[in-house]
Write a protein that binds this ligand. Sequence first.
Ligand code: OOG
Ligand code: MG
Length: 257
Amino acid sequence: MIGPDIAGIAEKLGVAADTATAIPQLAAETGLDVDTAYAVQTALLERRLDRGERLVGLKMGLTSKAKMAQVGVDEVIWGRLTDVMRVPDGGNVDVAAFIHPRVEPEVAFLLDRLPEPGEPVGAFTDAVRAVAPAIELIDSRYANFTFSLPDVIADNTSAAAFVVGPWSPVPEGLDNLGVLLEIDGRVAQVGSTAAILGDPRRALDEGLRLAGRHGVRLREGWLFLAGAATAAVPLRPGAHVRAVVEKLGTATLRASS
Ligand code: OOG
Ligand code: MG
């Protein structure tokens, strides 16, 4: 049997992102499963690297119940972050560059020394140099922001842009910090870092395990987004977005109108 056309599917998803044009879901029709969907994601990454982008880290997705419920997929997933997706803290994005952008509050890790494949993570503070509040801008390339598990994996887990706030040393406890998402000074979502797999430190274990299954090793100096603590909120033109994480501070993003 001939398998799915990995390169052709990656090209469709890449063009959808480049032109901010939604496409129909394609996993069912093309027979993508989780493994072939990660192969599409890798081909999409290579398409970005071929045009000069740099891989700067990984992101986790669907590490909280709020997120799983919002999109109707209940498996933890991971995707790739490149330098071009990074927006400076306080910077602007043009909403017209996206299909139906949403923002969500995240916690970012700056990775330090990581275990060899198969070894336990050991002390979190050996593996993570610093932590920061972050905002992820997600933009599913599928119509109506609706997808199956292999669809969203193939689409690089809806990754589109991200902002990392100021770095702090890893605090004593990371497992129960209040999280707010504010839009134009109003609280849009409230949560806690406990929503991220019970403790966002677990997101790193999952990242190592799940990416390792596909032969991807996390690297010193990479960024790592642990996954949103709350549901995501549509990003409207002109909006001023703040993610506030207790003890860590604030990351800010503006949407130009
Ligand atoms: C999938 C990506 C999920 C998160 O933080 O949970 C994600 C999506 O919701 O479109 O980035
Ligand atoms: Mg996210």
